[in-house]
Every structure is written in C-alpha cells, then in structure tokens.
Design a protein around this ligand. Sequence first.
Ligand code: SF4
Length: 295
Amino acid sequence: MKATVLDATAPDGSGAPPGGGAAPAMSAGPIAEQAAGDGNGSYRRPRTIRIRIKRQAGPDAEARWEDFDVPQRPGMNIISCLQWIAAHPVTADGVATTAPVWDAGCLEEICGACTMLIDGKVRQSCSALVEKISTDGEPITLEPMTKFPLVRDLYVDRSRLFNDLKRVKAWVPIDGTYDLGPGPRITQKQQEERYPLSRCISCGCCLEACPQYTPVNRFVGAAVISQVRLFNEHPTGSALKDHRMKEMMSEGGVGDCSKAGNCVQVCPKDIPLLESIARVQRDATWYALKKLIGQ
Ligand code: SF4
C-alpha cells in the first residue's frame, strides 16, 4: 500500500495536526507542532510516544534507524502512529525525512498485510494498541519481517506464501461458475473443527517465528500445512488430496517441520497449528506406506 500522506488519525479526519491550524512545514519539529492553547494564554504539550523505525530504501540499501515523536491519542494503534509520521515526516531531531512505507489493508486484523516486528515480536500492527505496549520509557521499535524479501522500510513481499498456497492447491475445486446446488453436508462437529482453520489471514507471523522457515529453503511452513489439512478434510476439497500429499512429502513439505512450536505462540487467530501439522504428518506417513506397498 502507498504510504498515507494525510494524518488520518486527526480527530476531524482533515489531515490537520492536533490542536488545529494549517499542516506544518516539513522542517517544523514535531514537538513544536503539539503545542495546544487552552484559550487563556497558557499552552500544554500533549504526551508523546517515541517510535523508532528501521528504514531501508530498498533490499540492497543500507539500513538506518529513525526516531519520531508522535502525539499520543486514546486508542491509538501502531498504524495510526505510522499515518501520523507519514503526514509529518520529521524525525525527533527535527530533520526532514521521507514518509515511511508499510503495507496495510483492512485495519481490523483480517487482511494480514500489516505484519511487522514490534519491539522484536512479530504481530499485526493494526491490533497493536500503543497503550498496551509496555515501553518502560523506551521507544517502540518497528522492523520489517525478516523471512520475506524486503521491498522498502516495513514493507515486505509475501508472494512466497501465496505461491505456496497455489503449490498445494489450497482451494475447493469447482467445475463451473453455474449454480451447483447445495454442497455436501458437513456435521456441526466437523464445522466446529474446521472453522478455526479457515480463520488464517496469511499474515506470515507463524513463518517469521519458525526456525525452519528461512529465506533460502523451500519449507512451506505452518500456515500452508494447516490449509492442506482444511482442504483435505473438506468433502469436495479432498478431490485434490493426492496432489497435496505429494507436495507435503516432497522438499519443503511437512517433513521439514521440527515441531519447535513457535508458530502456535504467535498466530493472531489462535489456529491449532500443531494439531494440523500432526494430522498432515499422520496422513503423509499413511501415503508413504501406501506407496511402499504399491497401492
Ligand atoms: Fe497468520 Fe496464523 Fe495464518 Fe500463520 S496460521 S499465516 S500466523 S493467521
């Protein structure tokens, strides 16, 4: 997503700085902008939160850190801090810089695009509320994920994840777009088991946390393995089970999982990833046995 250049977090949505008035010149210091009059001639400075961003103009450019002081408002999340910085791209030292670049879509933990490292922990920046991040007076640090190729600043290219979903055909095949009538019946118990798996938002948190998933290997990671389970267990989706199991038993498949368990710790949707991995490994063993005895 292109960086937002207006301050969408301004109370009136106008892009104006807090306290009203015209948008500041790029060279104005952020602290100075925050002065707000109380109408009696005295001024107060709103509380600010310091955000430290790892900046990198491109994959081969040198990385650097920049600090920004952002006026704190109730209910702010990391995305609203970034929007404020994009609208006021001046560092805490008063140096004009470029607007930081990041990816985001829905801002409600559905699109999975705004994943980054916040204080070293991988998570969605839309649901990272500033008030709930314990800073101990230290800046909140923002870094891009490390397992996907960097595009710029906090923006990474997650294509590998989507290509791996294609690799295992993570979908229910249909033979046309006409009305196919009602699908096969699924029991309440099956629905309850599968619904959590369908909540995956392809955010990549599990892949960032996984020691087996590296920028140079072919491991598909927990998200894709869990989708294999979801579609293999679907009555119509199971038509592609043979293809999926072949992929799961090849390089980068479920056999590459070391059961570190980090994935399940960071998944924002609480998906039972270890259970999915165990289920797919069991199926892979069964398929391997069948192959061995020539069935
Ligand atoms: Fe994100 Fe969880 Fe899906 Fe992994 S399994 S991509 S952490 S939602």
